[in-house]
Design a protein around this ligand. Structure first.
Ligand code: HPA
Length: 272
């Protein structure tokens, strides 16, 4: 389990630097970081300056802790995340989520880029995550439980809050945005999946696949945060015969950034 004293130290540092509060936070995934350009009154600190914060090594992940406003809603934004495949353990991967709780954040919006498992979905579409499957082979809550954060055996029957899911669908309808809804499966990466693995994931009930989000959402649930998850569907996972590259994932992120930004902005105003 993550060291509580380290979390407190990081949160205190951010509180002193920002002198701001927010009850909502957004984690921006691969290629989606430029959403922060639309934030007003922004204050930003590089992860490298925050005590005990893990450092991102992946292109497309900027690594800034941001505070700002959308209309009159204050929010924190994690511009970029770290992944297990970079060599970080699950404590490091979920450290920022512990810090957000220490800063009194109640609601977490997690976003990511994901490969498409359900072939009726298309690259460039957004998928609301209704549930996940943890195929990462680990759990961030392993080890002695920190009772001050949450229970030893946290409930995961509504890991993605139904109320926020329904609000997100309503907001999408109002904006005339077609959004999908589906199950996200978390894998370790960094190699993309083989065609046989994608076939297996489909059989297991997955609609999209990615290398993040699951540990963050487990920790968020442990500490009783409400979660909304959004996947930006960037590519067909390995079943169309075409080859995959990280660049393709980043390119789609850029392409959908306008739609994604508009959706996120409107969502934030309806989520408080
Ligand atoms: N597989 C796993 N993770 C991903 C993919 C994929 O095809 N695309 C973006 N993240």
């Amino acid at each position: 389990m993550t060291d509580r004293a380290f979390v407190k130290e990081a949160a205190q540092f951010l509180q002193e630097k920002f002198q701001e509060k927010a009850s909502l936070a957004i984690v921006l995934g691969s290629g989606l970081g430029n959403f922060v350009d639309s934030i007003k009154n922004k204050k930003s600190i590089s992860y490298s300056q925050i005590p005990h914060f893990p450092k991102s090594t992946v292109s497309g992940h900027e690594g800034n802790f941001v505070w700002g406003k959308i209309e009159d809603v204050s929010l924190f934004i994690l511009q970029g995340r770290v992944h297990y495949y970079e060599g970080h353990d699950f404590n490091a991967v979920t450290f920022p989520i512990r810090v957000l709780k220490e800063l009194n954040v109640k609601t977490l919006v997690v976003t990511n880029a994901a490969g498409i498992v359900r072939t009726s979905f298309k690259p460039g579409e957004l998928m609301l995550i209704k549930d996940h499957i943890n195929l990462m082979g680990h759990n961030p809550l392993r080890g002695e439980n920190e009772e001050a954060w949450g229970p030893r055996f946290p409930d995961m029957s509504e890991a993605y809050d139904k109320k926020y899911l329904s609000i997100a669908k309503k907001v999408a309808r109002t904006l005339k945005l077609a959004v999908r809804e589906g199950v996200y499966v978390g894998v370790n990466g960094p190699s993309y999946e083989t065609p046989a693995e994608i076939k297996m994931l489909k059989t297991l009930g997955a609609d999209a696949v990615g290398m993040s989000t699951v540990p963050e959402v487990i920790v968020a649930n442990h500490q009783e945060m409400k979660v909304l998850g959004i996947s930006c569907l960037s590519n067909y996972a390995a079943h169309t015969g075409s080859r995959l590259s990280h660049q393709e994932v980043l390119d789609i992120g850029k392409k959908v950034s306008e739609k994604f930004g508009l959706f996120l902005k409107n969502l934030v105003m309806h989520m408080r």
